[in-house]
Unconditional design. Structure first.
Length: 119
């Protein structure tokens, strides 16, 4: 199965140079946030609207070395998102699980749509 993670291009470059990726939430929350194909635009448009210089990492769950748990979203999520379970990786992301890093820039109005390779 494939899951997705939105990341600033500079962080991905650093991860490749260092051989490890911790995300910005592993230390603070104990896991790295991911999304399914169905969830990624909801996350992008809710959290990253207007941000530039991003990549959309495409990750193969079969290659992950740390535990992946499917958990409810943050408290206060509403609508369909309140019913979803999100993939959370409890450990670092091993870089060999990343199949692709797609450029992920917002449209002119600041919103996102999936890159053609992922859509």
């Amino acid at each position: 199965m494939k899951i997705y993670h939105i990341i600033p291009a500079e962080q991905w470059k650093d991860a490749q140079e260092n051989g490890v990726y911790r995300g910005d939430t592993l230390d603070a929350e104990g896991f790295i946030h991911f999304s399914t194909h169905e969830q990624v635009l909801w996350v992008a448009n809710g959290r990253f609207e207007g941000h530039t210089g991003l990549l959309l990492l495409e990750v193969d769950t079969d290659k992950l070395i740390h535990e992946l748990k499917w958990e409810p979203p943050f408290e206060g999520a509403s609508g369909q998102a309140a019913e979803w379970k999100f993939p959370h990786l409890y450990g670092t992301l091993n870089l060999d699980a990343v199949i692709a890093a797609h450029p992920f820039e917002p449209q002119q109005d600041g919103s996102f749509k999936l890159p053609p390779e992922v859509a």
